[in-house]
Design a protein around this ligand. Structure first.
Ligand SMILES: *Cc1c(COP(=O)(O)O)cnc(C)c1O
Length: 429
């Protein structure tokens, strides 16, 4: 589900009318639905409910402290990719003992910080990194808990920039090299405790097949590693895709879940139903690292139309949000539904490009897309912007970062203030 729908012609987030909110707080404005975040977290948790498991939210998707606090309060663990993310998790009240640390380029400072905080596992991406982790842990007189990331060489069938589980990607260690690596490490690396195995094949996967293929391929390997080295967990990664809802206007945000089973995109219930039977007898704790699934459909970016520019070939709607606020369309052809905050009177659609003010031709939110009519001064929402939205925002073109608001029922709370011009030059000489 998601918490955005029209009521009496106005787009609401839960019980908050978004147009007056945008007028009060200014735009561009990120708005998140706490109810949606918790619904997604709870449903995923329930889908794996019959086996020993933990949901470790991938912090990089949306690292706002209030989002992290919400999830920490409901028992989530966290998958982090930097020392900065660990710092955020701790500030938000998360428990380092429920954190896994991924990423191909961990620095010494980050390793020391994570060791001192007592994280659950370093998810290591190369033999070289495992040796370095052993060395640093040795200097501190500590034992580093670790899992190696296996690259199962499975095609996730997603955009090439967000595919991670093929041999040509920079991530993980080749499937065929893992068993020997664990053998050598358990003999030679005295400051490593091999605690698990990790994988993550890509992001925004909307079919179950690649997940099944990867899990079935790796099951014999984890079984062997458990027997020989006593590993206790297997992280099967994140990557569960979200449906970018096209039927929002109908008010039935759950429409796709009512589609016939084989026609509809991946649902979380299907994910659980297919994977749980395959995982339940392994005797391992199963970790999940979802980012986009938890927060993607829980957020929108509201922007105001500034100008309409009619060119000879196209009509451009120029809005006050740009690729610095939401880079997904420019970076990997990410799709965002676009809906006016005030439902238009007519059903007529007009083909337009919605573009931002940044001096880059890649600065667009859609091209040649039929959209309902809206005019300069009107607000529109870029839907499904809760994941990899604000988290990837920058100050490019010296634009202050937008404000973020978290809605819970009828309450809207500022969870990050809009940057000021002074903030822009903070720290510069
Ligand atoms: C990015 C990432 C995730 C989360 O991916 P989503 O597609 O947002 O679920 C999980 N695990 C690792 C190692 C990642 O790098």
């Amino acid at each position: 589900m998601h918490g955005f729908s029209y009521k009496n012609g106005s787009l609401y987030c839960e019980d908050v009318d978004l147009a007056p909110l945008a007028a009060e707080h200014g735009t561009p404005l990120y708005v998140y639905s706490a109810g949606t975040i918790l619904d997604h977290y709870t449903r995923l948790d329930a889908a794996l409910g019959s086996i020993d498991h933990e949901v470790a939210y991938a912090v990089k998707a949306n690292s706002n402290l209030s989002v992290l606090r919400l999830l920490a309060n409901h028992g989530a663990g966290f998958d982090i990719v930097s020392g900065g993310e660990l710092f955020r998790v701790i500030k938000a009240g998360g428990d380092p003992a429920h954190c896994t640390f991924a990423g191909v380029g961990k620095t010494r400072e980050e390793i020391v910080y994570a060791l001192e905080q007592g994280i659950y596992s370093f998810n290591v991406e190369s033999e070289e990194e495992l040796h370095y982790l052993n060395e640093v842990a040795g200097e501190l007189g500590m034992i580093a808990p670790a899992a190696v990331r296996v690259n199962p060489n499975v095609d996730a069938k997603t955009h090439k920039y967000i595919s991670t589980g093929k041999s040509e990607n920079k991530f993980g260690v080749d499937f065929g090299a893992i068993a020997d690596l664990y053998e050598r490490a358990s003999k030679d690396l005295k400051h490593i405790k091999l605690r698990g195995l990790q994988m993550h094949i890509g992001s925004q996967l909307t079919s179950i097949a690649p997940f099944i293929e990867a899990v079935e391929k790796v099951i014999p390997l984890v079984t062997e590693l458990k027997a020989r080295h006593g590993i206790e967990f297997w992280s099967i990664g994140g990557g569960i895709g979200i449906i970018y809802p096209t039927a929002l206007a109908s008010g039935t945000a759950d429409w796709w879940e009512n589609q016939p089973e084989d026609e509809r995109p991946l649902t979380i219930e299907r994910y659980g139903k297919e994977l749980v039977p395959r995982l339940k007898d392994l005797g391992l704790k199963i970790l999940l690292e979802p980012g986009r699934y938890i927060v993607g459909n829980a957020g929108v970016l509201i922007t105001k139309c500034l100008y309409e520019k009619k060119g000879s070939a196209k009509t451009f709607k120029i809005v006050d949000a740009g690729m610095n606020d939401l880079i997904r369309p420019a970076l990997y052809e990410g799709h965002h539904e676009i809906v006016p905050l005030v439902q238009p009177a007519s059903d007529e659609l007009i083909k337009v490009d919605v573009v931002g003010p940044i001096c880059e031709s890649g600065d667009f939110f859609c091209q040649d897309r039929p959209l309902p009519e809206f005019q300069p001064g009107d607000y529109i929402a870029l839907m499904s912007a809760g994941a990899y939205g604000f988290a990837m925002a920058s100050n490019y073109n010296s634009r202050p970062l937008p404000e973020e608001i978290l809605v819970e029922g009828a309450t809207a709370t500022i969870v990050r203030k809009r940057q000021t011009l002074e903030d822009l030059i903070e720290g510069e000489l």
